[in-house]
Write a protein that binds this ligand. Structure first.
Ligand SMILES: *Cc1c(COP(=O)(O)O)cnc(C)c1O
Length: 429
């Protein structure tokens, strides 16, 4: 049943509610969702859209999954939340143990927080407190890549791309960090001295002040959907060790299978000192993030002044979120996710390739379950979302990137509808 009248609440939403990176009453289209199931979002007017976004990398198993629903309802019967100061619960311990088991052996200590941005703040504070205890209190700054994205809080903004990020607006409040150009070598290629040169020079000049290098391994997400040489990271690890600088991997977007490996770091031969996870951690059910680090770092922080790690969110390790994260991780490991992602990768490669010959398109690139059509010009966000909805799909481009990152459960026919919609719309630009 479809009706064209928008629901009553939509006017209130437009009047009072901010959406991500938006203005109140912007006049830009906003689409009311009534429910979501599998790979489909159902709008209030009854129309169904095939979801090409996984709700920003998160809903890897699709929506309304019986296993994840059950994890939440079961946990709800015993407790929704208790404070984590001085108290603990099994969902947190079980999830931490699971995360330690599936990430590199050296990462043994887990700090839970409420969002990806906060997990980045936590990683940065860990690095600073570590060096403080080590007798290097001047190491308080960070080195990062241009085109990176690490979140919207102040510390996270400070290490995100200084141009497309928000540095200009908040110039006087953002800590000043160091940046080098992102590697130019593509994913799959070896890295050469040219690419390492900027990183080496920055470390050589500033290592005494740098606590850590922070970057997104292999895939730079919201900063431009850029895929780069994994070999760069192997060489970066050696440089970090040489200059006594920690290495933080932000896998908030890439974690849990999206690039074809369980974690993007598995494309490299090395491990970071600190790892940030979020987004698909709960399969898209709830907000939860985790910062993992080594025993060396967690124990060192515990020996310093004040002998505590100075962070403690009110909703730390929320039991509902931990339960669904544990269920989502087990579900992922129990399903042939690697085959699914490989199948999606192959299909995206095949079906997005025709876009590459369109005049408006700069490049098509695919890695794992991520398909990107980079346009020559930024897309028009006033008209494009409506056009995708009219094609029966949910795709939300940004800047010059029109991209797909479907739930891993998406079947071939639905994925074809998605890629065809992308082609049909782009070919008119
Ligand atoms: C989304 C994202 C973040 C921020 O996570 P939030 O949960 O939105 O705070 C940080 N880093 C990367 C790589 C991301 O993709």
């Amino acid at each position: 049943m479809t009706s064209n009248t928008p629901p009553d609440w939509l006017a209130d939403d437009q009047k009072h509610v901010w959406h991500p990176y938006s203005a109140i009453n912007s006049g830009l289209p906003i689409f009311p969702v009534a429910s979501a199931h599998g790979v489909r979002l159902k709008l209030s007017d009854g129309r169904e859209l095939i979801d090409g976004m996984s709700s920003w990398w998160c809903a890897i198993h699709g929506y309304n999954h019986p296993v994840l629903n059950q994890a939440v309802t079961r946990q709800l019967e015993s407790m929704a939340h208790v404070m984590f100061g001085g108290l603990s619960h099994q969902p947190a311990a079980d999830l931490a143990t699971q995360l330690v088991a599936i990430t590199p052996e050296s990462l043994q200590s887990v700090f839970f927080s409420d969002s990806g941005s906060v997990s980045v703040e936590v990683a940065m504070k860990m690095a600073i407190q570590y060096w403080q205890t080590k007798g290097a209190p001047q190491k308080q700054r960070f080195l990062s890549l241009r085109q990176g994205y690490h979140g919207d809080t102040f510390g996270a903004m400070s290490v995100s791309d200084p141009v497309t990020g928000m540095h200009r607006l908040f110039a006087d409040s953002i800590p000043q960090q160091f940046f080098v150009d992102a590697p130019t070598r593509a994913f799959g290629d070896a890295c050469d001295d040219d690419d390492m040169h900027a990183m080496q020079a920055a470390l050589d000049a500033h290592h005494a002040d740098i606590a850590a290098v922070i970057l997104e391994p292999v895939v730079q997400g919201a900063g431009g959907m850029h895929f780069y040489s994994a070999d760069y990271l192997n060489r970066l690890r050696a440089l970090c060790d040489e200059y006594s600088v920690l290495l933080i991997f932000d896998e908030i977007a890439t974690g849990f299978g999206r690039t074809g490996k369980l974690f993007a770091l598995e494309h490299t031969d090395i491990t970071p000192d600190i790892l940030c996870l979020g987004k698909s951690l709960t399969g898209g059910y709830m907000t939860l993030a985790a910062t993992l680090t080594t025993t060396e770092i967690s124990h060192t922080i515990g020996q310093g002044d004040p002998g505590l790690f100075m962070h403690g969110p009110t909703f730390m390790a929320n039991p509902l979120a931990c339960s669904v994260a544990l269920a989502s991780t087990r579900l992922l490991l129990d399903t042939p996710w690697q085959e699914n992602v490989a199948r999606i990768e192959q299909q995206l490669q095949q079906e997005l390739q025709p876009c590459a010959s369109l005049a408006s398109v700069k490049e098509v690139r695919v890695l794992g379950a991520i398909g990107v059509v980079e346009m020559k010009q930024p897309v028009d966000m006033k008209t494009l979302p409506q056009q995708f909805v009219d094609e029966g799909v949910w795709v939300r481009p940004f800047g010059r990137q029109v991209y797909l990152m479907p739930p891993y459960i998406m079947q071939a026919d639905d994925l074809s509808l998605l890629t065809r919609a992308v082609y049909n719309i782009i070919c008119k630009i």
